[in-house]
Design a protein around this ligand. Structure first.
Ligand SMILES: Cc1ncc(COP(=O)(O)O)c(C=O)c1O
Length: 391
């Protein structure tokens, strides 16, 4: 029985929304239909809005700490949703996952040391590595039968004793892989043997489609847990990225202390009141909403897949196993990078993410965001179809 209406169109214009209000600046065309940056056009669920309103009504927003009900909400969510038993003492805060990744790189490696990335991947990873003066080691994913796989043979050739961290995207953005237990075990075992810390970005963990199950890499064994730092957040799941609140889960005490030292200097651990209230509400009351929302995403994906099959069969779509991001292969049209991006923005009037930015293997692909009412997605797909038909 559906309780929530994901078909509702909520105008976001005039809210300083990067997706909607920065269109002219980003695409040079204020008329693009924005299907790019990874937030959703669904209303934030009422139990989060109510919790924020209730706290706002108090009218004093001074310094606060995070109490047991905040920690218990996180612990409960990880157990219920991911079958992962974590402890309060493993949890740290970060004002966003990219911030957490960057501070973790600072905490667990030194300038000049190697950090592995696996492109095509969420491109701010590259900035986190380069911006901290670490050496970026590229271990591209292997494309086989329309899905990406880890390439451990290539990884083996590229790492050495200077390689300290592997930055994992689990589930994967942009390909949408919900990495299997076997895939993760092989990779994690390799990292253990080579003394490489796994820094696992699991921001999309709650968005696995039916038939797929997210595995927190740290849940595989105690030994792997001690060699893993996991970033999680309710931001993608509940559409609250603007509250800039996420967590790191660090089972190894020495590593936890090291991360806390890095962020403690800047007093980053407190976060903000509304982010903490929202996280607690999300992880306490969010199960039903997420289940319905993910079903809606799957419906949107099926719509998109059928649309391209029928209307533009030259376009290939990578079948996502989760996330609200779909990776689309336009290479049959012979257009690449800026030309493809400009064609879609200027001729089709749609704003997508340029695949080339995701690194090696991404050129000729585009990433589309299907976290929106189906009528918006349909409008975007019609625009793409019409532009290519007129080519
Ligand atoms: C894999 C991944 N990590 C991190 C982020 C951003 O997280 P935050 O806004 O919390 O820094 C995104 C957003 O799209 C993402 O897809």
């Amino acid at each position: 029985m559906a309780n929530y209406n994901f078909d509702e169109i909520v105008s976001r214009e005039g809210t300083n929304s990067i997706k909607w209000d920065a269109r002219e600046h980003i695409f040079g065309n204020k008329n693009v239909l924005p299907l790019w940056v990874a937030d959703m056009d669904f209303r934030t669920p009422p139990f989060i809005v109510d919790a924020i309103k209730k706290r706002a009504e108090h009218e004093i927003y001074g310094y606060t700490f995070k109490n047991d009900s905040y920690y218990n909400a996180i612990i409960g969510w990880m157990k219920r949703r991911h079958n992962w038993e974590i402890k309060k003492g493993w949890i740290s805060f970060s004002p966003g996952v990219v911030a957490g990744i960057t501070y973790a790189i600072e905490s667990f490696s030194k300038p000049g040391e190697g950090v592995v990335v696996q492109p095509p991947v969420y491109f701010p990873f590259f900035d986190s590595v380069k911006g901290t003066d670490r050496k970026m080691i590229e271990n591209p994913l292997k494309l086989k039968n329309g899905r990406y796989y880890f390439d451990l043979k290539d990884l083996e050739k590229k790492v050495d004793s200077n390689t300290k961290i592997l930055l994992l995207c689990n589930p994967q953005n942009p390909g949408g892989m919900v990495w299997s237990k076997n895939e993760l075990t092989e990779l994690a075992q390799f990292c253990l043997e080579n003394k490489i810390l796994i820094l696992s970005d699991e921001i999309h963990s709650d968005l696995a489609f039916s038939g797929f199950k997210h595995t927190p890499v740290a849940s595989l064994s105690e030994e792997i847990a001690d060699n893993t730092v996991t970033c999680m957040a309710p931001s993608k799941t509940f559409n609250i990225a603007g509250l800039a609140s996420s967590i790191l889960i660090i089972p190894d005490k020495r590593k936890w202390l090291s991360y806390e030292r890095t962020t403690g200097v800047g007093h980053l651990g407190m976060g903000n009141i509304f982010g903490s209230v929202a996280m607690e509400a999300a992880y306490t009351f969010g199960d039903e909403w997420v289940d319905e929302m993910v079903q809606y995403l799957e419906k949107n994906y099926r719509f998109l897949e059928n649309f391209f099959k029928k209307e533009l069969p030259e376009v290939r779509v990578m079948k996502p196993e989760g996330t609200y991001l779909v990776w689309i292969d336009f290479r049959n049209y012979g257009m690449k990078d800026k030309e493809l991006s400009a064609f879609l923005a200027q001729e089709a009037n749609v704003g997508l993410n340029n695949g080339a930015k995701f690194g090696s293997g991404g050129d000729g692909w585009m990433r589309i965001n299907i976290g929106c009412p189906q009528s918006i997605l349909q409008e975007g797909l019609e625009r793409i179809k019409n532009a290519f038909k007129n080519l």
